[in-house]
Design a protein around this ligand. Structure first.
Ligand code: SF4
Ligand code: SF4
Length: 340
């Protein structure tokens, strides 16, 4: 049986302790990411490194693959505790749920987009004298880097919503024990969705900000989440999203600032909340972000690291021990800097 689905196992203690210590570390594989082998591999790496949660697409094969990766890590090291297995769903169109579509009619195979992809979704096969361009949509997580390289109108976004509210119970049976809803500034649709979905999760997370909300809208979303979750038995997190999918891009030291500023707004609106609601940073986050927020008096409870970690791991995916070490060091450094 999958450890994460059994509330008697230490996984339920570990993530709560991490939240209480303000050291919750979630790793994001991607809400639109569908490469099954990589989902399994990343889940193994993040579990073995001690992540508190792993965030994946709300798709049966993704959940099965992540569960296999988690189980493999637990088998190799019985002292480990299973992270939460979180599925991400969206309200309306959302940045996290888009993927690049390649129009093969327009593509001239100029290869300019190939090095731009932090996920290696484009590749060149065959001999140098006769290169064959290929694109794997399941490796795309929608960062938008490649768009600016194409001069032939061959790349465009398609929105992807892999789940239906009715299918979430199935994903819970497969092993998902946490959920994240991306609000996308459509509070009425969010309210309707929230009342419709199952609530058998150990943790419910709500992603707000994401460059789609101004301060007033973040305040309104925070109040609505607080109101809707008053009697929820799950732990509740609000994920303060700054610059989504930007971790792999070289945006300088302040790429996490938007997330920290949004967190401040959320935290000040939670002061009168009738139940504990945790807050975590996301969007442009690295191992320094947690400490940076705390140094500014923004006492968030954790971080969600996505494309920044995946980009670093890309060259180490054939050496899992090295990939685990690298991720472990990321988590330890994040905690060390915060506690200094
Ligand atoms: S560069 Fe980004 S948006 Fe383009 S294919 Fe790669 S992951 Fe997808
Ligand atoms: S940049 Fe555009 S035209 Fe060139 S290989 Fe990529 S998709 Fe095709």
């Amino acid at each position: 049986m999958y450890a994460g689905s059994n509330p008697a196992l230490p996984t339920t203690i570990m993530f709560k302790q991490a939240l209480t210590k303000k050291e919750f570390h979630k790793f994001i594989i991607g809400a639109a990411f569908k490469d099954i082998e990589l989902i399994k591999k990343y889940s193994y790496i993040f579990t073995a490194a001690g992540a508190n949660a792993i965030d994946i697409s709300a798709f049966p094969l993704s959940v099965i693959a992540a569960k296999q990766g988690i189980e493999q890590a637990l088998l190799n090291n019985p002292n480990l505790e299973a992270p939460l297995l979180m599925i991400s769903i969206n309200v309306g169109e959302d940045t996290h749920f888009r993927r690049i579509n390649l129009d093969t009619q327009n593509c001239t195979e100029c290869l300019l987009c190939v090095p731009s992809c932090p996920s290696q979704a484009f590749s060149v096969l065959g001999k140098p004298s006769n290169p064959e361009f290929s694109y794997d949509i399941d490796l795309c997580y929608g960062c938008s880097n490649c768009l600016e390289y194409c001069n032939y109108d061959a790349l465009s976004f398609e929105q992807w919503s892999p789940y239906e509210a009715e299918s979430l119970s199935e994903l819970i049976k497969l092993g998902a024990n946490a959920i994240e809803i991306h609000l996308n500034n459509d509070l009425e649709t969010f309210r309707e969705l929230y009342l419709k979905i199952p609530h058998d999760f150990l943790l419910e997370s709500f992603c707000i900000g994401s460059q789609q909300m101004n301060t007033t809208q973040i305040q309104e979303a925070t109040k609505l989440i607080s109101e809707l979750t008053t009697n929820s038995k799950s732990e509740i997190i609000i994920q303060s999203d700054g610059l989504p999918l930007s971790g792999a891009r070289d945006l300088g030291e302040n790429k996490d600032l938007a997330s920290i500023i949004n967190s401040q707004t959320i935290l000040s609106n939670l002061q009168t909340s009738s139940r504990p609601i945790f807050v975590q940073l996301a969007g442009g986050i690295d191992e320094k972000s947690l400490a940076k927020a705390h140094a500014q008096g923004v006492l968030v409870d954790g971080v969600a690291i996505g494309s920044y970690a995946r980009k670093q791991l890309l060259d180490h995916l054939n050496d899992l021990d090295q990939a685990v070490d690298l991720t472990k060091r990321m988590i330890l450094e994040s905690k060390r800097l915060k506690n200094n």
